[in-house]
Design a protein around this ligand. Structure first.
Ligand code: NAD
Length: 259
């Protein structure tokens, strides 16, 4: 499933079998990038590859919770792309929904392991590759509007996404001398399969109704892909995505001047 393509810039994507990761893969591919998609869902990865024309693409199975597997996946991707990784898009994530008192330990642990540990492992493993590709290399982490403000039923998910923003802020400082840009994107209510499971177990239609009754909107996934492109090429630390986030005006509450 590996094809060579020399000289192109290369983005490595986790959670590339669905939703935001898939949209970002297609967005970068049509703009001339070599794209690596990784996920635990191999059938989904095949579908994503099928959406990308040409041979500047690569896929690899990667469970972001497995620290050892990261090194092999990155090495394989780097070799497929002619020896470089310019951007790590740390995107894989799951929702965990419902009141904290009702959550099983396994649900809490899975969300922490994937959304938080997975992001730390990815950043750590990608660092030597990004350093070698600097200047112009970048780490982009998918946080969430839930990483800016919490809400009922969101305690675990929100905790991981606050943490992802903290990781971005810390590494932005830590890696500045290496010429690596670091940022987070903070989407809200994006039209992907995850939306139906986040914070609202078995209440998908109610979520959609509540969003609409609140005068908020569900944002097309393409808007997130464009924002990741902006994050790779821009200088902000956190990027809000979607009309909902902007309507709630989170920016004024936390990082004035930076978004
Ligand atoms: P999605 O469910 O469509 O895609 C998530 C992908 O992550 C899936 O392909 C899944 O197989 C993969 N994944 C799950 N566990 C994994 C693991 N252990 N290792 C590797 N891959 C794994 O959801 P999405 O909406 O595209 O979510 C992508 C990111 O965006 C997540 O971090 C999510 O928290 C974030 N996000 C989504 C929304 C939204 O409204 N959809 C809003 C804010 C943030």
């Amino acid at each position: 499933m590996t094809s060579g393509s020399q000289g192109k810039r290369h983005i490595f994507i986790t959670g590339g079998a669905s939703g935001i990761g898939r949209a970002v893969a297609v967005y970068f591919a049509v703009r001339g990038w070599f794209v690596t998609v990784t996920d635990v869902n191999m059938a989904g990865l095949e579908e994503t590859l099928g959406l990308i024309e040409g041979d500047a693409k690569h896929s690899h199975k990667l469970d972001v919770r497995d620290r050892d597997a990261w090194d092999e996946a990155l090495q394989s991707a780097s070799e497929a792309a002619g020896g470089r990784i310019d951007v790590m898009f740390n995107n894989a994530g799951i929702g965990t929904g419902g009141p904290l008192a009702e959550l099983e330990k396994d649900e809490i642990d899975a969300c922490l392991d994937i959304n938080l540990r997975g992001v730390l492992y990815g950043a750590q493993a990608a660092y030597p590759h990004l350093k070698a590709a600097a200047p112009g290399s970048a780490l982009v982490n998918t946080a969430s509007a839930a990483g800016i403000t919490g809400g009922s039923g969101m305690s675990v998910y929100s905790a991981t996404k606050f943490a992802v923003r903290g990781i971005a802020e810390s590494l932005d400082a830590e890696w500045a001398g290496d010429g690596i840009k670091v940022s987070s994107i903070c989407p809200s209510f994006i039209e992907t399969p995850l939306l139906d499971g986040t914070g609202h177990r078995g209440e998908n239609e109610q979520v959609r109704t509540r969003v609409q009754e609140a005068g908020l909107e569900i944002t097309p996934v393409e808007e997130v892909a464009k924002t990741v492109w902006d994050a790779v090429h821009g200088d902000e630390l956190h990027y809000l995505v979607g009309k909902t986030a902007k309507k709630l005006n989170f920016a004024k509450r936390w990082m004035p001047g930076r978004v």
